[in-house]
Design a protein around this ligand. Sequence first.
Ligand code: ATP
Ligand code: MG
Length: 394
Amino acid sequence: MNTAFLIKYAEIAIKGKNRYLFEDALVQNITRRLKHVDGTFHVRKENGRIYVETEGEYDKEETAEALQQVFGIVGICPVLLVEDEGLDALAGQVIEHLAKEYPKRDFTFKVDARRARKNYPLTSMELNAALGEKILEAFPETKVDVHHPQVRVHVEIRPKINIYSREIPGPGGMPLGTAGKAMLLLSGGIDSPVAGYMIARRGVTVEAVYFHAPPYTSERAKQKVIDLAGKIAVYTGPVRLHIVNFTDIQLAIYEKCPHEELTIIMRRYMMRIAEHFAKENNCLGLVTGESIGQVASQTMQSLAATNEVCTMPVYRPLIAMDKQDIVSIAERIDTYETSIQPYEDCCTIFVAKHPVTKPNAEYIRRSERKLEEVIGQLMEEALTSAEMITVEAE
Ligand code: ATP
Ligand code: MG
């Protein structure tokens, strides 16, 4: 007899010939995530199922929690895998499983037996009836309810018999690494880490770029972004973070361009630089934490003006979300507390009192021409002086 987790995954089951690629990625991601959990785990694929088997001591809650951070998993079922030693032995094991999982024995239940191996001597119906009876005998306070049982006792006859009754919800989504790579513009705010989490949940590998403006922004502000990268790395795997010194570009914009257009012009240069790193690192798109109407630089007109300089698709997972919903996700993925630390952001320092909310792209282009003489050199310097660090999960 041994205990394990049965991993359920849905969406990837429909991917036809690619299915094995998705399953292999999922197995790999589970293995990687469990390296952070004390215990010995074996992850294996068997007949369209993934099992995480455990050896010796391990913390069940902690293991389930780690599995809840692996995209592509829909459900995590603590399962008992037993050899076929006849009906009586099986009934004993089912009862032992229920005794352990449900200390209060007054639940309603239904047995749901299945035979993946058809040579088993009883039919599923016969198994349901026989096991149901044994459970009622063992726990007289329980009742059968075939329509809305509180506990569904799954008994699956496979090479080994699978007994499980509880399904812990997984995060859903697609296994990481199955959808290409994108470059996330990661600031120290609430939104962009959530955007990174959301795009990664679709299987996208995330690399990130952060713009800082020393000495106007501090080491602490930079550290905060590194901390955020570490927080999302729990879900996304190690994050390669490009840190770009944006000070001279910002100062040039500040000096030469109309102040109400500062934010938009600055954002356009951020996008251009992000795109440079994206291309250099085989990314297929950019990702931002923008959401319509949240601030002046996120009206549809502003987004259009920012978007204009990009040749790559820009993914904005939060585009139609309300702030409160974004905050809820940030809390759930544990980035919120870090995001609200009060260190200054490069955008807030150079921000105008009355930024344009409906920028005219033609005006913006005209303003940018005032930078013509210096910007080539400044961009070059920003690109070559950027540092890259790989941030692991905390
Ligand atoms: P966030 O909470 O993600 O900082 P925000 O609501 O503060 O977003 P803005 O400051 O307008 O919005 O930034 C919009 C998006 O631009 C951010 O979500 C992020 O993707 C990107 N961005 C802004 N500032 C930076 C920065 N310093 N470095 C990298 N990306 C940035
Ligand atoms: Mg911000």
